[in-house]
Write a protein that binds this ligand. Structure first.
Ligand code: PLP
Length: 371
């Protein structure tokens, strides 16, 4: 089936007791046994499993043609479960993407002797050079937040597997609609469901989608249910509701972003636009190979540096000046001042999450703010 059909139907089962086409939100924390003490369903207690969460997990696994999925209370809780599944002393290679992932590895996992190298994985030579004997995990983010760099998933996965490492792709920005990392050799896809998946800026959530139900994933499942960073049934339901329209939303985000990027590329106040949909972009060829469209996130460098970036962020009227991405409304952010110091992100950079407004209105807003 096509992805639109999977997004609508996966994990959707009419409620057997009422016939309700849209299943209820199962708030119950516990599930009954019969007179013999046998369970009456697969569920025991909601930390270990909940029907609404299971529907979401089935849906996410189906979107990627995956064997399994585990959902979490945030994207970082999902990432945490992967790192906790490693052996102490393991080495992780991490794309230079979302700063929070590297920060967690440094703040939390360095004390457990997990080593980390932050590398531009779009640079294959740099990636090769970072591989060590104890490299157990390669964490790709593609495209990265906020520099919008694209890594060749197939090439890096092949090199990582040859070195005996597992490969996770943070697929938060493109989602399964634009990029299916497991099809390109990755072992797991990771999501901040907070972003495009739920899509309306009202959910915190995370997910790990696994190609196989292997020992590594079983460990992740054990961490999910034992450590208990699970999403609430309401958040699972909201995320599922968001996924039903995901293909159409993500394509509209991408179309809008493409138009905004093309406008900004030609503006005299802008030094550069990071968006792989632009034919002149350094990452365009690799992005075209593994993505169907280029997503709703872009960043720009201002000719006037930090001051010009701050000025633009303060002058926009339709864009909201706030962190995060992937919601219906467009957001703008001076990234370096939000990241924990020392920020890697350049001071002249603004990150734009392009929403579902009409692109003409977004461009008009940027035009007046840049005037
Ligand atoms: N991965 C990426 C690419 C992100 O942008 C974010 C958050 O901004 C995360 C992971 C973390 O997700 P969460 O905020 O849901 O914990």
């Amino acid at each position: 089936m096509k992805i639109e059909t999977i997004a609508v139907h996966a994990g959707l089962e009419a409620d057997p007791t009422t016939g309700a086409v849209q299943p209820p939100i199962h708030l119950s924390t516990t599930f009954s046994r019969d007179t013999k003490g046998e369970l009456t369903s697969e569920f025991i207690y909601s930390r270990s499993g909940n029907p609404t969460r299971r529907s979401l997990e089935k849906c996410l696994a189906a979107l990627e043609g995956a064997a399994e999925c585990a959902t979490f209370s945030s994207g970082m809780a999902a990432a945490n479960a992967v790192f906790q599944a490693l052996e102490p002393g393991a080495h992780v290679i991490l794309s230079d993407g979302y700063y929070g992932t590297g920060k967690m590895l440094m703040d939390v996992f360095s004390r457990w002797t997990v080593e980390c190298s932050v590398v531009d994985t779009s640079d294959i030579a740099a990636f090769r050079g970072a591989i060590r004997k104890n490299t157990a995990l390669v964490w790709i983010e593609s495209p990265t937040n906020p520099m919008i760099r694209v890594t060749d998933l197939a090439e890096v996965s092949a090199l990582a597997h040859a070195a005996g490492a597992k490969v996770v792709c943070d697929n938060t920005v493109p989602t399964a609609i634009l990029q299916r990392p497991l099809d390109h050799g990755c072992d797991l896809s990771m999501y901040s469901a907070t972003k495009f998946l739920s899509g309306h800026g009202d959910v915190l959530g995370g997910a790990l989608v696994s190609k196989t139900n292997d020992e590594f994933f079983e460990r992740i499942r054990m961490i999910q249910t034992s450590a208990g960073a699970v999403p609430s049934p309401f958040e699972c339901w909201l995320t599922l509701r968001g996924i039903r329209t995901l293909p159409y939303r993500v394509r509209a985000h991408s179309e809008n972003a493409m138009k905004v990027a093309a406008y900004l590329e030609d503006h005299p106040a802008i030094a550069g636009v990071n968006y792989p949909g632009l034919p002149g972009n350094w990452h365009h060829a690799v992005a075209k190979k593994q993505m169907t469209m280029f997503g709703g996130l872009l960043s720009i460098h201002m000719k006037g540096g930090r001051d010009a970036a701050m000025q633009l962020a303060s002058r926009v009227r339709l864009f909201t000046r706030a962190t995060s991405l992937g919601g219906t409304e467009s957001l703008i952010e001076h990234r370096a001042s939000v990241e924990a110091p020392p920020a890697r992100t350049p001071e002249d950079l603004l990150r734009l999450s392009i929403g579902l407004e009409h692109p003409d209105d977004l461009i008009e807003d940027l035009k007046q703010a840049l005037a």
